[in-house]
Design a protein. Structure first.
Lengths: 129, 366
């Protein structure tokens, strides 16, 4: 199931915006495609990221991939739990497996992201590979 | 077009992620590489290894010819025993690593890798002299499954007609399994107690099904097979071994003793005298961050080697790997750096194997 209350990027990140801060993770589809996550290189707190810029990286038993910023802003927190338990990205991609929080510098960018229905359609077409 | 093994439909039915490995469609994983790895270490896992080639050599000259072409001393090998070794070229470069099994006075089985297999067969044919019949039984419908893990003898016991408790490490026997003719060897690639079972076509399917009917046994894919072998610092052909490497620098001189004449033995004697310039090492990091084949290994800022395999170790819960480094930096405890492309990762050279609790040599199999 794709949670209704989140926004989605074409790189399979989700963001939950609450006020000026958004929580970012990767989608269930993305974690399933990656396989067991073995390491998360967390972003540096304070880093300024432009929308679409690489924020950090994830390694799995199958691949190493980049995680991008779905919107512009400043990293205000990284999920330190993932250092010892990166498997949270697999077991709880929309919950305890969140990766970082970003202070939005351009909240209007959220409207450029997909909602749950659009992301579902996206997966059914090109994003489903 | 990649080939399907006889077990292909079963892998698909189990929901496996299938990949092309050396021209064969094989499961990379079923549900989880980590879970499959851990299940093999703690219970028993079954792997489809039907991509490997099985050469049968028969005839009065078989032992002498095998001992002249490969590094195993086939004439000294007892019936019912297996030996690891190599096919080398004249420069002592590794054409393939193999397991030689002696099934009878004049009958041998040589199990080789999928990738180099066709070249191996050509090499054997072109160098064989005298009265030897050579056939590839894997193209005649034979496949193989590997049952590996501390529970594997218990899982196999009721299905076979051989004395499993009396079957020593690196022994082999013709047997019946699930009422089907097969060849069983107590060998494997995981470091755990285990058996390789060779049978034809649907007989192999029946054996696979019967093994998995036991709740202690689960299927495992190539992903787990790779992390299991890397924890044991076993070489993988194409990574640690190739014609660009010789057995001495690979740390495998014990399996290529040039005390007799075979192809490459003269060169090995020269290399033995000179000592290797580089050595294959196993290493581990404090971090979970993985290294990858091709990553540069450094000592300070100086390039001193190259990573051949890297993975996250599910048993040790850190990043592990193997690579070739300058010989004087190959001692256990040596600290080195690996350029992963994203950072310089601190690693330490370690004794092999990296995982030390494997059950492969246990005498208490049941």
């Amino acid at each position: 199931m794709i949670p209704e209350d989140l926004s989605y990027s074409e790189q399979h990140e989700w963001i939950r915006a609450e006020g000026k801060v958004g929580t970012v993770g990767i989608t269930d589809h993305a974690q399933d495609a990656l396989g067991d996550v073995t390491f998360v290189e967390l972003p540096v707190t304070g880093a300024e990221l432009a929308k679409g810029q690489e924020a950090c990286a994830i390694e799995s038993t199958k691949a190493a991939v980049s995680v991008y910023a779905p919107v512009s802003g400043k990293v205000v927190e990284a999920n330190a739990e993932l250092e010892d338990d990166p498997g949270l990205v697999n077991s709880s991609p929309y919950g305890d497996g969140w990766i970082y929080k970003i202070e939005l510098s351009a909240p209007a960018e959220l409207t450029s992201l997909m909602d749950a229905a659009q992301y579902g359609d996206f997966l059914a077409t090109e994003g489903g590979h | 077009m990649a080939s399907k093994t006889v077990l292909y439909d079963r892998h698909v039915a189990f929901g496996a992620r299938v990949v092309d490995f050396s021209g064969w469609l094989l499961p990379a994983q079923y549900e989880s590489v980590l879970a499959e790895h851990r299940h093999c270490r703690t219970s028993a896992a079954v792997f489809d290894t039907s991509h490997m080639r099985q050469f049968v050599l028969r005839g009065p000259a078989a032992a002498g010819q095998l001992g002249r072409i490969g590094t195993q001393d086939a004439e000294a090998l007892s019936v019912g025993r297996c030996q690891y070794g190599f096919l080398l070229n004249e420069d002592a470069g590794v054409i393939d690593d193999t397991i030689l099994m002696r099934l009878g006075d004049e009958e041998f089985l040589l199990v080789v890798n999928a990738g180099p297999g066709a070249g191996d067969l050509e090499w054997l044919r072109s160098h064989m002299r005298g009265n030897v019949e050579l056939a590839d039984q894997s193209t005649g419908g034979w496949g193989k499954v590997d049952l590996q893990g501390p529970a594997s003898a218990r899982a196999l016991l009721s299905l076979v007609d051989v004395d499993l408790a009396g079957m020593a490490y690196f022994s082999v026997a013709r047997a019946r399994c699930c009422g089907r003719d097969c060849i069983i060897s107590r060998t494997g690639y995981t470091g755990e107690l285990g058996y390789e079972i060779m049978a034809t076509g649907e007989d192999l399917g029946t054996i696979f099904d019967e093994l998995l009917a036991n709740p202690a046994v689960k299927p495992a894919g190539l992903g787990a097979r790779d992390s299991l072998r890397l924890e044991m610092a076993y070489p993988l052909y194409g990574h640690e071994l190739s014609t660009a490497h010789d057995p001495i620098e690979a740390g495998l001189a014990a399996f290529a003793k040039p005390d007799r004449d075979f192809i490459g033995s003269a060169r090995l004697r020269t290399l033995e005298q000179a000592g290797p310039r580089r050595r294959l090492v196993a290493f581990r990091a404090e971090s979970r961050r993985r290294t990858n084949p091709g990553n540069e290994i450094r000592y300070g800022s100086r390039a001193v080697g190259i990573v051949t395999s890297g993975a996250f170790s599910p048993s040790l819960e850190v990043s592990i790997g193997m690579g070739y480094v300058e010989a004087d930096l190959a001692e256990s405890g040596q600290e080195l750096l690996v350029d992963t492309g994203r950072c310089e990762l601190a690693v330490m050279v370690c004794d092999k194997p990296l995982y030390r609790n494997g059950t492969c040599r246990t005498k208490d199999t049941l």
